[in-house]
Design a protein around this ligand. Structure first.
Ligand code: PSU
Ligand code: MN
Length: 301
């Protein structure tokens, strides 16, 4: 299999600079152009500011890329014909020479293959509202159960059923850790009304927990739920009306499968006049900062 490392990632590997993985579905299916590319670059800069090196992951013409060159990021951000890759179709895209962006699940697989321990994203996929009839549960949850990567997110997206999402994570043995909070954050909002099962307050504590799991031989990822900064949050009550409307539209239009999350995120940007996008950008940068700190903490001591 061909794996292509970017120039910057290769240099980091030579120097022993810790790497932080970044997904690319957020770029191709999560945000409109040009904010998607601007955000991707901003997030990379935030990680470098912490002394770590970002590795944005994607499959381009069948080749797994760990770290993207500037031109590749530009091209991917404007390409409207990109597969959204999860565990089920990651290898398919490589076998068929396709271009695909990696979701949380596929990015975890690729990060693990490349020896990257920490990954920053916005919000993971989870159990959708109405899953009792649709059975729509993101493969992200099952990946967290089996692949050793620390995933920093702002909680699961509030378009999901958060309590069912927590239940599945508990069943699958995934530690869900509130960062500096006792409450599970809900992506655009800091609060969900649900307790975070576990709490840690510093990158060093997270690094210690990660090492402890490794020593115990416990397989699987850790989910760090990092609340969006207060100045950027949209209150739950403000966002909920928009969520209800977007969900109704998805149902009316028969949106299903892989298209559900991109459809809902896109409608949320429109319904909030871009406010949800601004919050989305702020929370990803906040997560990238923390992921950079965790990556550094994992190398020291
Ligand atoms: N969160 C965002 N934007 C996104 C996603 C999450 O703010 O684009 C993407 C991630 O790649 C996540 C995927 O893994 O949505 C989940 O998709 P699904 O619900 O189809 O599993
Ligand atoms: Mn789904």
């Amino acid at each position: 299999m061909d794996i292509k490392f970017s120039t910057a990632v290769l240099a980091a590997r030579d120097n022993g600079t810790p790497l932080v993985a970044l997904e690319s579905t957020i770029i191709t299916h999560g945000m409109p152009w040009p904010q998607n590319v601007e955000t991707a670059r901003g997030v990379e800069a935030v990680i470098r500011a912490q002394g770590a090196e970002p590795a944005t992951i994607a499959v381009i013409d069948g080749v797994l890329h760990i770290g993207l060159e500037d031109v590749q990021l530009d091209t991917l951000g404007q390409n409207t014909d990109v597969m959204k890759l999860s565990r089920a179709d990651f290898a398919f895209a490589m076998a068929k020479g396709k271009t695909g962006s990696t979701t949380v699940a596929a990015t975890m697989i690729a990060a693990h293959m490349a020896g990257i321990a920490v990954f920053a994203t916005g919000g993971i996929g989870g159990v959708h509202k109405g899953a009792e009839t649709s059975f729509d549960i993101s493969a992200d949850l099952l990946e967290l159960a089996q692949t050793n990567v620390v995933v920093v997110c702002a909680g699961a997206k509030a378009i999901l059923d958060l309590s069912k999402t927590l239940e599945v994570l508990e069943t699958q043995g995934v530690p869900v850790i509130g960062y500096g909070t006792d409450e599970l954050p809900a992506f655009w909002s800091r609060s969900s009304g649900l307790a975070a099962p576990l709490r840690l307050d510093t990158p060093e504590e997270i690094a210690k927990h990660t090492r402890m799991r490794l020593e115990c031989g416990i397989k699987g990822g850790t989910l760090i739920a990092n609340p969006v900064p207060e100045i950027s949050e949209i209150s739950a009550q403000e966002i909920n009306a928009h969520i209800a409307r977007a969900l109704q539209e998805a149902e009316d239009q028969g949106i299903s499968g892989k298209n559900v999350t991109p459809f809902l995120l896109g409608r949320m940007v429109e319904l909030t006049d871009g406010a949800s996008l601004k919050t989305n950008i702020a929370l990803i940068e906040n997560n990238a900062t923390l992921a950079g700190k965790i990556a550094i903490a994992l190398t020291s001591a």
